[in-house]
Design a protein around this ligand. Structure first.
Ligand SMILES: [Zn+2]
Length: 300
């Protein structure tokens, strides 16, 4: 039932969920899936150009200490010390079927919640915060990061700091509020990586890495965005449509299907994704999401 697109390109994740709850029997019915979180695949120009080395070149000691300093942006970022998420009283509300206007309102409400929640975390550790832009589209558009990746339903582009959310006909017909919220919170996670400068380590490192190292770095980045998403999701726990049944269903879905639709292992295996979701959700704090310090095995 899952119509997961199998793109030849490297960057499509399939992760959509749709289900209905039969009130009496509490039976979950999956209704196909199409949503995807796209890696900022055709990514962004690296945030800053390196200053050219003076004539004569840099000593290798200087080079490796620069690399170490950069790596600490990811492994020891201050955002990890921001503690548990504060309650921002987010009420995403319901999401009726078939209404593009309602869908847009829902996405906007969730984005406002994400803005409040993350702004508070940045404030706690005195790091500058800025909101991402949200662009809701009903057809796949090009972004400054390149062409829309086939099959993806959402993209974060760091070049214009915009979350592009595509409303598909299928999602519109049978929306799954928790699944959609998890998706936008994942894209927001990439924005957090951008403004906290975790990506100031990641993208330059990826640019000079071998193919397998690139995939390993991509997994750390994606698993972290997913974990950040789960931290936010934990603040919604218990609200209508955001109960533990819906959450467990979602994690389970990822455990089984999270890696399908990705031609290469750039997002982590299903069980690995599920593990980081669970970790973020249970801790409620960005500290749980330091994938950059985790073992290779924990990020496979
Ligand atoms: Zn992603």
């Amino acid at each position: 039932m899952n119509k997961l697109p199998h793109s030849k390109r490297a960057a499509i994740a399939a992760a959509g969920l749709a289900f209905t709850v039969a009130t009496a029997s509490q039976v979950f019915v999956t209704a196909g899936s199409a949503s995807a979180s796209a890696a900022p695949a055709t990514q962004a120009p690296t945030p800053a150009q390196a200053v050219p080395a003076p004539a004569g070149g840099q000593s290798s000691a200087a080079q490796s200490s620069a690399a170490l300093a950069n790596k600490s942006l990811a492994t020891a970022n201050r955002i990890y010390r921001s503690g548990r998420f504060v309650n921002v009283n987010c009420r995403p509300g319901s999401l009726p079927r078939g209404s593009t206007a309602a869908y847009k309102r829902f996405l906007t409400r969730v984005t406002n919640c994400l803005n409040k929640a993350w702004a508070a975390q940045f404030r706690k550790v005195r790091m500058p915060f800025s909101k991402p832009r949200l662009r809701i589209v009903t057809r796949k558009v090009n972004t400054p990061c390149g062409r829309w990746t086939t099959g993806a339903e959402a993209v974060y582009c760091s070049a214009d700091r915009t979350m592009y959310m595509w409303i598909s006909k299928q999602q519109l017909r049978q929306p799954f509020p928790l699944g959609i919220t998890r998706l936008i919170a994942h894209e927001y996670g990439h924005h957090v990586q951008q403004i906290s400068r975790i990506w100031s380590y990641y993208w330059p490192a990826a640019a000079r890495a071998s193919k397998s190292q690139k995939l390993a770095l991509s997994r750390r980045s994606e698993l972290q965005a997913e974990c950040f998403s789960a931290v936010f999701m934990s603040t919604l726990r218990g609200q209508p449509n955001f109960g533990s049944r819906e959450w467990n269903y979602t994690v389970d879905w990822f455990r089984k299907n999270g890696a399908k639709g990705w031609p290469q292992n750039d997002h982590g295996r299903g069980p690995t994704q599920a593990a980081w979701m669970t970790r973020g959700y249970n801790s409620g704090s960005p500290a749980a999401c330091n994938t950059w310090k985790a073992s290779a095995r924990a990020t496979l």
